[in-house]
Design a binder for this molecule. Structure first.
Ligand SMILES: NC(=O)c1ccc[n+]([C@@H]2O[C@H](COP(=O)([O-])OP(=O)(O)OC[C@H]3O[C@@H](n4cnc5c(N)ncnc54)[C@H](OP(=O)(O)O)[C@@H]3O)[C@@H](O)[C@H]2O)c1
Length: 331
């Protein structure tokens, strides 16, 4: 089926409004990754992170069933339960499809019909909500049958448990294969994109260049998403603090130079390093929405000025950040 494309910065056919915005990534909430139960301190930490995110103007929260062994969703559910009115103020997305530590395997993927239905029902119970705004298929499962995926997603949408469908870590052709069967448009694709992880950018630029063969990022993915109104969401967008003060064991000369440039631009423009790093992504015309994963309220608030920083970066500054981060000139 070929539904009308959703607007990249607008409201999907299902009525979920996604735009170029900051998204709060909840992977850091919920304590350890072990099966050990979460504590009340973990719930308090999640509440403080949610409050800081709201202060920073963020209203879209990103989850996955596997984050902290389900505990990221569970502590978020506790925060929702103790904060009347919060659910109505925010949009929630979660993901399914990765199984960790089961069947004697460290990881395998399961986008079977039953797998999708079971995982979403579990996520809703942990999140203590009746619906998620966006369900993302976390990674392509080579054993998935697009018709089966479409059947599960169609059922969840008909029941009102899922309002829109998205994907993660998928190429343009993989999205197309699913879209051929899905009734609803794919509204978003979440990929790793940052000043550090630049394959999304370099693979599109180094066409017909020897260096271009070094990238695993499939050519045409960004263009496919832009053409079809599929919002691009960037995970790892803060480069895990590499350019904004996170201790690095042995930073490379390019990393040191990039940190210095980020700090200098932030000082010159009266903003934060985080805003510069995220603004660099947001200046790209694909309308990238950065997913930020820090659990520290101060760092979450430091991200608030990202859109303004994007608007304030000149073309030369944008290229300067790119070339400095890659540690060599572009062709
Ligand atoms: N779709 C996928 O396959 C996928 C994969 C990975 C992640 N995600 C999503 O994307 C979100 C963001 O990803 P991410 O967390 O990997 O990337 P990120 O936002 O680039 O990095 C966040 C991590 O970096 C640390 N950090 C940031 N600035 C720092 C600083 N100045 N000093 C020290 N530490 C610093 C944070 O620690 P503190 O908490 O201590 O600040 C946190 O552990 C996740 O929460 C998740 O929602 C999706």
């Amino acid at each position: 089926m070929s539904p009308a494309p959703a607007a990249a910065s607008g409201t999907s056919a299902a009525g979920v409004a996604l735009g170029q915005e900051l998204i709060y990534g909840c992977m850091g909430l919920g304590g350890s990754w072990s099966a050990q139960p979460y504590s009340s301190a973990d719930v308090d930490e999640a509440a403080a992170a949610v409050e800081a995110a709201l202060d920073a103007g963020i209203t879209l929260f990103d989850h996955a069933d596997i984050y902290r062994n389900g505990k990221a969703e569970a502590v978020f559910g506790e925060v929702l339960a103790r904060t009347p009115g919060l659910r109505e103020k925010i949009r929630l997305q979660t993901k399914c499809g990765i199984r960790l530590g089961e069947q004697g395997l460290e990881a395998y993927y399961d986008l079977s019909r039953d797998g999708i239905l079971e995982r979403v029902n579990e996520s809703l119970a942990r999140l203590r909500t009746d619906y998620v705004d966006v369900l993302m298929l976390h990674r392509p499962d080579p054993l998935m049958d697009p018709a089966e995926v479409a059947s599960a997603v169609g059922e969840l949408m008909a029941e009102g448990k899922v309002r829109a469908i998205g994907v993660s870590n998928m190429s343009g052709p993989q999205i197309e294969m699913l879209q051929d069967r899905l009734e609803a448009p794919v509204v978003a694709n979440q990929l790793e994109m940052s000043l550090l992880k630049r394959a999304w950018l370099e693979s599109t630029v180094l066409v017909n260049h020897a260096e271009g063969t070094d990238y695993s990022f499939p050519h045409g993915t960004v263009e496919h998403c832009v053409r079809h109104g599929i919002g691009l969401q960037a995970y790892g967008s803060l480069a895990r603090g590499l350019y904004t003060g996170a201790p690095a064991a042995e930073p490379s000369p390019a990393e040191e130079a990039t940190s210095a440039l980020v700090a200098a631009l932030a000082a010159e423009k009266g903003t934060t390093g985080e805003a510069i790093v995220l603004g660099w992504l947001m200046k790209h015309p694909a309308g990238i929405a950065p997913v930020i994963g820090t659990a520290k309220p101060g760092r979450i608030r430091a991200c608030a000025g990202a859109a303004e920083a994007a608007a304030g970066l000149t073309r030369a500054e944008w290229y300067g950040l790119w070339v400095t981060a890659r540690g060599s000139n572009i062709p």
